[in-house]
Design a protein around this ligand. Structure first.
Ligand code: KG4
Ligand code: ZN
Length: 368
């Protein structure tokens, strides 16, 4: 079953075609980062306009990428663009969470395309889709990993908008058991980079600087002890979630600001490595705690921040100690993409039925 996935929740216009939930036949991502860079963050109206301008081109490019010899599907794939043909069995789209003016573009485009191809529409939760990314593989990678084999799993989504620990008792069932009370991990990286004048987005540049610093100064004891984001028990913002599974990064940002005001930003490399370490250790501590609370078969990691080399290394250690595998996506599937939407849609295809055609965007959609 070939599903076309469309993603426009933030600043990437993306489309992909995935076979049977896991094999990525085409994956096209147009990133708007250069458009938002002058503003130091994503501007919703600019994002929306750019999605409108690019979506037809991106979807057409994904359809074209899918052509060419592909064994028994050769004939079907060469006709992918024929509206009355069935190589695309369904169209999937992100309906939330995300920026409302950006989501609207993808949802409306997907509805129109599904109607014209006469195939079902599948509405997908962006956060749940990030948790599908470790199960995606390319046709020449062999078989890939089956999500069903790793349940129950602990999911961790770390992106620009979210930091969620998710209980996945079986594939397709999700419950948030911990989260950030304020800034997401990616947002914490982006805000620090802005404050230190390192540009946007902050994650990749902080990752690079910290990596160089830690290679030359491997002792973590020499880092500045920034707070590790542990919220107090009983705070109403916890909304019933256990404090030991939640983080708060707003204090970390304030601590950085105070430090720079007091000491100056002369030691940028050490500051950056220390700040990153506070985020990484906060993520690692909560993850280790969640893994002790229930017997999980795997940690499933997704979202743009999962590209961070130190996040990957430290969470690998956490999983090694818990004797479970850490399932991570290939780098090209960590940031926002259409493959994660099309991939998860295979498993969610029977959930909404015809109601998907009436679905509206849901900017604050939560996991589960
Ligand atoms: O998942 P994503 O592409 O979009 C959202 O759904 O938010 O994540 C984007 C976020 C940005 O905040 C970016 O700074 C962060 O992921 N990011 C990183 C790295 N690469 C991207 N954060 C830390 N280290 C990285 N290498
Ligand atoms: Zn995302």
């Amino acid at each position: 079953m070939n599903i076309l996935g469309i993603e426009t929740s933030c600043d990437e216009t993306a489309a992909a075609i995935v076979r049977d939930g896991r094999e990525v036949l085409a994956n096209v991502v147009y990133t708007q980062i250069p458009l938002h860079q002058p503003y130091g963050g994503v501007v919703p109206e600019i994002a929306s306009r750019a999605h409108i301008e690019k979506i037809t081109e991106v979807v057409s490019a994904a359809l074209r990428e899918c052509q060419g010899p592909k064994g028994e599907d050769e004939e079907a794939n060469s006709n992918l663009q024929a509206a009355n043909h069935k190589p695309i069995d369904a169209v999937a789209v992100t309906y939330g969470p995300g920026l409302s003016p950006a989501l609207i573009v993808g949802v409306n485009f997907a509805k129109g395309l599904a109607a014209s191809l006469n195939v079902p529409l599948i509405a997908i939760n962006h956060l749940e889709a990030h948790l599908h990314t470790p199960f995606l593989h390319l046709p020449d990678d062999g078989e890939g990993t089956r999500p069903e084999d790793f349940m129950p799993a602990l999911g961790l989504v770390v992106s620009g908008g979210h930091t969620n620990w998710v209980d996945m008792p079986e594939y397709g069932k999700y419950e948030t058991i911990g989260q950030t009370l304020d800034d997401a991990a990616g947002e914490a990286f982006d805000k620090a980079a802005k404050l230190l004048g390192l540009g946007y987005p902050g994650g990749p540049v902080i990752d690079r600087i910290a990596k160089e610093y830690l290679a030359a100064h491997p002792s973590l004891r020499d880092l500045i002890p920034f707070p590790k984001g542990r919220p107090r028990d009983g705070v109403s913002a916890l909304a019933g979630l256990p404090a030991e599974l939640c983080v708060s990064f707003s204090g970390l940002k304030t601590a950085l600001l105070r430090y720079v005001q007091r000491e100056g930003s002369g030691e940028t490399e050490r500051i950056v490595a220390s700040y990153q370490e506070a985020i990484v250790q906060a993520l690692a501590e909560r993850t280790a705690t969640a893994l002790r609370r229930r017997p999980y078969k795997a940690l499933v990691l997704g979202g743009g921040v999962s590209l961070n080399s130190r996040v990957r290394a430290v969470l690998s250690d956490v999983c090694r100690r818990a004797k479970i595998p850490l399932l991570m996506a290939k780098p090209k599937f960590c940031g926002d993409n259409g493959a994660m939407i099309a991939g998860l849609a295979y498993y969610r295809r029977n959930i909404m039925g015809d109601d998907a055609m009436r679905v509206d965007v849901s900017p604050s959609l939560e996991v589960g």
